[in-house]
Ligand binder design. Structure first.
Ligand SMILES: Nc1ncnc2c1ncn2[C@@H]1O[C@H](COP(=O)(O)OP(=O)(O)OP(=O)(O)O)[C@@H](O)[C@H]1O
Length: 266
């Protein structure tokens, strides 16, 4: 029997998925007929205007929302089973660190909850903090770090269970552009060197093109996928690449897709 190469194995497989929120006045179709397959090692960005369902889609993958209809598997399992097996790490928009715990003890918190011994907790914390460029900051408190460093701690925490899948909801949205550039470079390197699969929500076209292997353009009311764009830049990305013709062409296609799905009368 032929086996599917690892890179073509869907880590997330979504078929005709819809989600309707029962809001107080009238139902909101947050997701409508979503079809998406995310393969092992992909970096997929979800981009679209406010309210197009990006966060909802990420939350469905993470089993934080339940679809109204359709099918979804994560690592071949239901989202609930994948969550229970800690198949993914989730990074929120805000770092959400505990101010009274050191950086290390923020990263090790989920490991403490499952009762992992201290030596193993510290080993993993050191490993993940090194991956996000924060080796040596173990004993600092969150309030001693910049916003960008805090968000790197929350990425390290999301990696604590060593998941193959990393779900990120606009993690750099609140940061200044220079810090954001720096974190984008670092995240791209982390993705390339660890081979993790990433799903990343953003409002930034440039960020999406810089980071992704594929860009999913969404439109609101109801939340739909308008276009899925292959981002065939070399895997090793540099910020200078943003000036290349290929980068500009892909960004133009994303911009065009976003304009098509957006009514400016609203
Ligand atoms: N718990 C909820 N109850 C009712 N409606 C909701 C709920 N969560 C989200 N919605 C609605 O579903 C739609 C999609 O929301 P979602 O937050 O996924 O969009 P988004 O693309 O992530 O937006 P943003 O870029 O502003 O974060 C919106 O119309 C939103 O108001």
């Amino acid at each position: 029997m032929a086996t599917t190469p690892a890179e073509n194995r869907p880590i997330v497989d979504i078929r005709t998925l819809s989600l309707i929120f029962k809001a107080a006045d009238k139902p909101v179709t947050a997701l409508d007929g979503i079809d998406l397959r995310i393969n092992s090692g992909d970096f997929v960005s979800l981009i679209g205007p406010s309210g197009c369902g990006k966060t909802t889609l990420l939350r469905v993958i993470a089993d934080l929302e339940q679809p109204t209809s359709g099918d979804i598997t994560v690592n071949g399992l239901t989202p609930e089973a994948a969550r229970l097996k800690r198949a993914y790490g989730y990074v929120f928009q805000a770092p959400a660190l505990y101010p009274w715990r050191t950086v290390e003890r923020n990263v090790t918190l989920p490991l403490e909850i499952i009762g992992l011994d201290k030596t193993e907790r510290q080993r993993r914390s050191a490993q993940q903090l090194a991956l996000v460029g924060l080796a040596g900051f173990e004993k600092k408190f969150p309030w001693q770090l910049s916003g960008g460093m805090q968000q790197r701690v929350s990425i390290a925490r999301a990696l604590a269970f060593e998941p193959d899948l990393l779900l990120m909801d606009e993690p750099f949205g609140a940061l200044d552009e220079i810090t954001r550039d720096h974190l984008n470079s670092q995240l791209s390197r982390l993705w390339r060197t660890t081979g993790k699969t990433c799903v990343f929500v953003t409002h930034s076209i440039s960020e999406a093109v810089f980071l992704s292997t594929r860009i999913v353009v969404m439109s609101p009311r109801p939340g739909r996928i308008l276009d899925v764009i292959d981002c065939d830049l070399p895997r090793e990305r540099s910020l200078e690449m943003r000036e290349s013709q290929r980068f500009q062409d892909i960004a133009a296609r994303v911009r065009h897709g976003l304009a098509e799905g957006h009514s400016y009368d609203e």
